[in-house]
Design a protein around this ligand. Structure first.
Ligand SMILES: Cc1cc2nc3c(=O)[nH]c(=O)nc-3n(C[C@H](O)[C@H](O)[C@H](O)COP(=O)(O)O)c2cc1C
Length: 241
């Protein structure tokens, strides 16, 4: 009887052991799978992390660049603030209107394109030394008429500056000037008025651009445009030196 019981117990034991072994194998297979999954997840995470790291780096670089350019802008603004805005007066003398028109062209270009402070005046409105004392730069655009005489609107002005006592009240010795004369080379006294003015002014001041004699018989407008290019090249140098 006890042998039977022993046999039955042994069979039950082996059966359980077999079952246990089978479960264990399954467990090992399961844990291997889990390990594999874990590894894959870890790899994905590292990839994701390095991607965000890269993005963060790019973002920081962009921010740095933006910071640099905004700093640059600030410096440019500061430097521009330091720059003096050129300020000058154009005085013209005309008989039939050409000098007035060219003066207005220069005036418009000065204030609209260059944003300079510019005034424009007919010679008949200049009655004292004030314009010479209160400007850093004066531009004279004068035509010649008759037999080398001033235009009607500049006779008084010419008489005034030809007198020595007019210059007694000059306080501004640093004034610079430039003259663009309007004349015609077919006349014997070519640009006599512009030459007359230059002779007087050169006694007291330095010229910004050498005396320029426009010739109505040879593309006067083109000559004036060329002169304007020189003028706008010299003006900022003069005011910001
Ligand atoms: C009647 C007359 C006389 C002139 N006399 C001279 C002269 O003596 N010397 C000169 O260089 N140009 C002389 N010119 C030429 C003018 O100065 C030139 O045409 C100028 O562009 C005219 O400018 P405005 O329109 O501003 O008066 C004379 C022109 C005219 C019509």
């Amino acid at each position: 009887m006890s042998e039977y019981i022993f046999l039955i117990l042994s069979i039950i034991f082996f059966f359980i052991a077999y079952l246990f072994k089978g479960n264990n194998n399954k467990k090992i297979q399961g844990s291997e799978k889990l390990e594999k999954l874990g590894k894959e997840y870890l790899q994905k995470l590292t990839k994701k992390y390095s991607k965000t790291e890269k993005l963060e780096k790019e973002l920081q670089e962009k921010k740095n660049e933006e910071l640099k350019s905004s700093e640059k802008e600030k410096i440019i603004k500061k430097e521009n603030k330091k720059k003096i805005t050129p300020s000058y007066t154009i005085i013209y003398g005309t008989q039939s209107g050409t000098s007035r028109r060219l003066s207005k062209d220069l005036y418009k270009e000065s204030i609209e394109t260059y944003k300079y402070n510019c005034k424009i005046k007919n010679a008949s409105k200049v009655k004292s030394i004030d314009d010479f004392n209160n400007n850093k730069l004066l531009i004279f655009i004068f035509s010649t008429y008759g037999n080398g005489v001033p235009t009607d609107d500049s006779i008084e002005f010419t008489n005034m500056i030809e007198k020595n006592e007019f210059w007694d009240n000059l306080t501004n010795k640093n004034l610079k000037y430039c003259i663009f004369g309007l004349g015609d080379s077919n006349y014997v006294k070519f640009n006599a008025q512009a030459k007359r003015l230059d002779k007087i002014f050169s006694k007291y001041f330095q010229s910004l651009i050498p005396l320029t004699l426009g010739d109505d018989s040879n593309n006067l407008e083109d000559q004036f445009d060329q002169w304007m290019i020189k003028f706008f090249d010299e003006v900022p140098k003069f005011f910001n030196n």
